[in-house]
Each structure stands twice: as structure tokens, then as C-alpha cells.
Design a protein around this ligand. Structure first.
Ligand SMILES: Cc1cc2nc3c(=O)[nH]c(=O)nc-3n(C[C@H](O)[C@H](O)[C@H](O)COP(=O)(O)OP(=O)(O)OC[C@H]3O[C@@H](n4cnc5c(N)ncnc54)[C@H](O)[C@@H]3O)c2cc1C
Length: 433
């Protein structure tokens, strides 16, 4: 048996959460707040997150506020002034969001935060509320019966809670109950680096903004972290070796050549990336059913995205919030925790979340294509983005507004502007090689 950080609930919990990433911990906290006994079982030796910064939009900070965790997140993170999109080839500005105005529009801030800080916020919140947090527990089998679910762990022990939330990430074991699929390789790879701000001061950077440079088959993101004391960079590119089917893809030589044709501001940042580790980018095709009996997928286990929308962790946090809201409805109607109708709560969860996340996953793929265009399509994209009014929220309304609890509350998607509707004839002939 693994190591218990708390032992308040030694018996079987109401809810077992498999996987202690941001998705698992935030879901554990969400249902524990409703008075349920919750245990999180994580395969790693320690709870933690690897990686660098992440962006959290108002549809997430709204939930953090409700949880009483927004002040802590705001202290640990940064409220950037703008999100600026630039062309990675010529460095010219394409469009921007005024993030302080966006905060007024949606009532909650856009934050950037180190992912280990966000994870730590949920870990401490779980500890405070008495969630059992168990490490060294790798789930190897999931089963669901009439009265509950069973999870078997590598050490042979079995959990038999009322409900299992499977938040076991991209390579989820529980997902196999619902679909026989594989992660989809995008052939793109991400390099990251979070560094003390002093190390970035020689670069031509904006310390108060999120800046995204979009270019042919590559993009580059920069933003401040930890109250401006740190600086985060993400460099993403398409790997020719991945496209050629080679095993050893995404290597630093490919990083360097992918950004050769970009502007000075981008090229300056590339040598500063961590060069000893990189993240190959996979997603999965959306699936519309996440519930098998008393087992519910959540987070990347259900909907691993390409990260272009910066909504992966946010969707996971929303999942737990929605499930807990449907539990709360039953409790408000007089149900006792012991007689919660999990079939009803899980059906309500499954009625609303897969469609929302399908939209984000599909948009993430389309967004990636849009960012990485070359030639005439790049010029058409640039023309559309430049024509956008900074204060037009038509493209963000469907995502940054309140999280839907029912299918009826899910907003319309953004208006699509076809690239071909833009005539860039003269500019295209001027820039042709
Ligand atoms: C480059 C990059 C940038 C990103 N930027 C953003 C961003 O700006 N904003 C945003 O919202 N999202 C972003 N994302 C996406 C986000 O990181 C993920 O969607 C999110 O972290 C998923 O959380 P999760 O808890 O569902 O899964 P994971 O973080 O994968 O956690 C799964 C957990 O389950 C454990 N586990 C796995 N298998 C088992 C098992 N069998 N038994 C027990 N435990 C198990 C793992 O050890 C892990 O702790 C980004 C992703 C990448 C790659």
C-alpha cells in the first residue's frame, strides 16, 4: 500500500480519483467541498508537476474564485496587460487582447502561473479539506458493477468506492473501457524554459504581456511568471524527422533549424530553451461518452488537446466543477451523501462536458493550422487578424464565459471567417520569392 499523507478516511471513500495531476486534484477538491469522502491515488512517488508556465483564462479563474483559491493564484501568478499575437517572420503585430479590459468584460482575470504553483494550490486545498492523498499507486485495471466501481493497483490492492474519477492523463488505462483508440501524433514538439527574469532582460521582450509569434510550421510564446520574477518561453515546431517516420524526433538540431527563418526577437530566445528535454505533442480524437457505469473519465484522460487554445488544464478543472455542481443539486434537493444517485449525476456530467471539450479539441487543431500557415494563407490569416478590433470579444465569448452545466447553457461557437474570403493578391505577388 502506498504512502498516506492523511489518514482521515481509512475505509473506502465515496469517490476515488485515479491520478493526482491538476485534473485529479481539482476534481477531488470540488467533490470533497460537497462533503464527500475522497481519496486520490497517484502512481508517482510524489505529487508534483513538471514543465513551466501555463495560462489560465476567465473560465478558470471564475472557478478558482468560487473555490476561494483565486487570491493565492493571483499572488503566485501574474496578471498580464495584453495578449499580443505577432507574425514570427517579420515580427509585426497582428492582433491583441487587452487583458485588463477582458477582465472587466468577463468579471475574472486572465492569469499566467507556473504549473507547479497551480498544482500546489490544489494539493494544499485537498490537504486542508481532508482528502486522502496516496502516492505510489499505479492503477492497472478498472471495473464497474451495479453498486460501485473497482480499481486494481499494481501492488494488488483493490479500491471499491462508490464512484471512480479516472484522471490518469493522455495514456489513461480507464479510457480503454470506452474506446479502443491511440494518441494522435501531431508531429509537433514543444521546448520550454522558465528562467529568472534577469536571464531574459537582454532579449527584446515585453515583461508585462503574453506574446505569441506565429510562423510557418512553428510558433513561439513568451510571458512573465511569479510576480514578474521569472520569464517563460515555449517554442513549438513541426519535426521533419517525425514526418519522415523516424523514432528520434524533435531533437535540438531540429529546434534550431525550425526557427532559422524567424525574426530577430524570436531567434534571440531559442538558445535559451531547455535543450535536454522536450514534449512531443499528441492529442486524441474527441469521444462523446466518458462514463462507464460508475467510472468517469476527466481531464486529459477524456480530452487530451493540442495546447493551442491553452485550455487543457482549464477543461480538466471545469470537468470537476461541473460534476460537483450536479452532486450539489441532489444534496440541495435533500439527498444524503449516502443516497446520492450517481447515475443521474454522471449522466448530467456526460451530457454537457464531451460536447464542450470536442469543440475545444477541434478548434485546437484548426488553430494550430492557422498559426502555422505559410505563403498566401499566412497573408490571408494576417489580414483577418489585423482587421480584428481589439475589443471585439466575438471569438472568446464561447470559451471565456461561464462554464455550462447543461447542454442548453453551452454557447454558440465563434463566427468562422474563411481565409479565402480575403484577397491578398497584390501583397502576395510582392512577397513571392
Ligand atoms: C506545452 C504545453 C503547454 C500547455 N499550456 C497550457 C495552458 O497554458 N493552459 C492550460 O489550461 N493547459 C495547458 N496545457 C495542457 C495541460 O497541461 C493539460 O491538459 C493538463 O495538465 C492535464 O491535466 P490532467 O490532470 O488531466 O493530466 P496529467 O497532468 O497528465 O495528470 C495525470 C496524472 O495521473 C497520473 N497517472 C497516470 N497514469 C496513472 C495510473 N495508471 N495510476 C495512477 N496514476 C496515474 C500521472 O502520474 C499524473 O500525475 C499545456 C500542455 C502542454 C504540453
Amino acid at each position: 500500500m502506498g504512502t498516506y499523507r492523511t489518514t482521515r478516511h481509512p475505509d473506502q471513500p465515496d469517490v476515488a480519483v485515479v491520478g493526482g495531476g491538476i485534473g485529479g486534484l481539482s476534481a477531488a477538491f470540488a467533490v470533497a467541498r460537497k462533503g464527500l469522502r475522497v481519496r486520490v491515488l497517484e502512481r508517482a512517488q510524489e505529487f508534483g508537476e513538471v514543465g513551466a508556465g501555463m495560462q489560465i483564462a476567465p473560465n478558470c479563474t471564475r472557478i478558482l474564485h468560487e473555490y476561494g483559491l483565486l487570491d493565492e493564484a493571483s499572488k503566485l501568478g501574474v496578471r498580464p496587460e495584453n495578449m499580443v499575437m505577432k507574425d514570427a517572420v517579420d515580427g509585426g503585430e497582428l492582433t491583441r487582447l487587452d487583458l485588463h479590459d477582458l477582465e472587466r468584460e468577463y468579471g475574472f482575470p486572465y492569469l499566467v502561473i507556473h504549473r507547479s504553483d497551480l498544482h500546489g494550490i490544489f494539493l494544499r486545498a485537498c490537504e486542508r479539506i481532508g482528502v486522502d492523498l496516496v502516492t505510489n499507486q499505479k492503477a492497472v485495471g478498472f471495473e464497474s458493477g451495479d453498486r460501485g466501481a473497482e480499481v486494481t493497483f499494481e501492488d494488488g490492492h483493490v479500491e471499491t468506492p462508490g464512484v471512480v474519477i479516472a484522471a490518469d492523463g493522455l495514456h489513461s488505462v480507464a479510457r480503454e473501457l470506452l474506446v479502443d483508440d491511440e494518441p494522435v501524433n501531431s508531429a509537433y514538439v514543444a521546448y520550454r524554459r522558465a528562467m529568472p527574469i534577469e536571464q531574459a532582460r537582454d532579449l527584446d521582450i515585453s515583461e508585462k504581456d503574453v506574446v505569441v509569434y506565429v510562423g510557418p510550421r512553428c510558433h513561439f510564446v513568451q510571458y512573465p511568471l511569479r510576480d514578474g520574477q521569472m520569464f517563460n518561453q515555449v517554442a513549438v515546431f513541426e519535426s521533419p524527422k517525425a514526418l519522415a517516420g523516424e523514432e528520434d524526433w524533435g531533437t535540438p538540431d531540429e529546434l534550431d533549424s525550425a526557427f532559422e527563418g524567424t525574426c530577430e526577437q524570436v531567434r534571440q530566445g531559442i538558445p535559451l530553451m531547455w535543450r535536454d528535454r522536450w514534449w512531443r505533442m499528441f492529442d486524441r480524437d474527441p469521444i462523446m461518452s466518458w462514463v462507464h457505469g460508475r467510472i468517469a473519465l476527466l481531464g486529459d484522460a477524456a480530452h487530451p488537446p493540442l495546447q493551442y487554445m491553452a485550455q487543457g488544464a482549464i477543461m480538466a478543472i471545469e470537468d470537476g466543477w461541473v460534476l460537483a455542481k450536479h452532486v450539489e443539486r441532489q444534496l440541495a434537493d435533500g439527498a444524503d451523501v449516502a443516497d446520492l444517485d450517481w447515475d443521474v449525476a454522471l449522466a448530467a456530467y456526460n451530457a454537457v462536458r464531451p460536447e464542450h471539450c470536442r469543440r475545444v479539441l477541434i478548434t485546437g487543431r484548426l488553430w494550430g493550422k492557422l498559426w502555422h500557415h505559410d505563403g498566401v494563407k499566412r497573408l490571408q490569416r494576417n489580414a483577418i487578424l489585423r482587421a480584428r478590433d481589439t475589443y471585439d470579444y466575438g471569438f472568446t465569448e464561447w470559451i471565456y464565459g461561464p462554464t455550462a452545466l447543461t447542454p442548453e447553457e453551452e454557447p454558440e461557437m465563434y463566427p468562422v471567417i474563411p481565409l479565402d474570403s480575403v484577397n491578398v493578391g497584390q501583397e502576395a505577388s510582392r512577397t513571392a520569392p
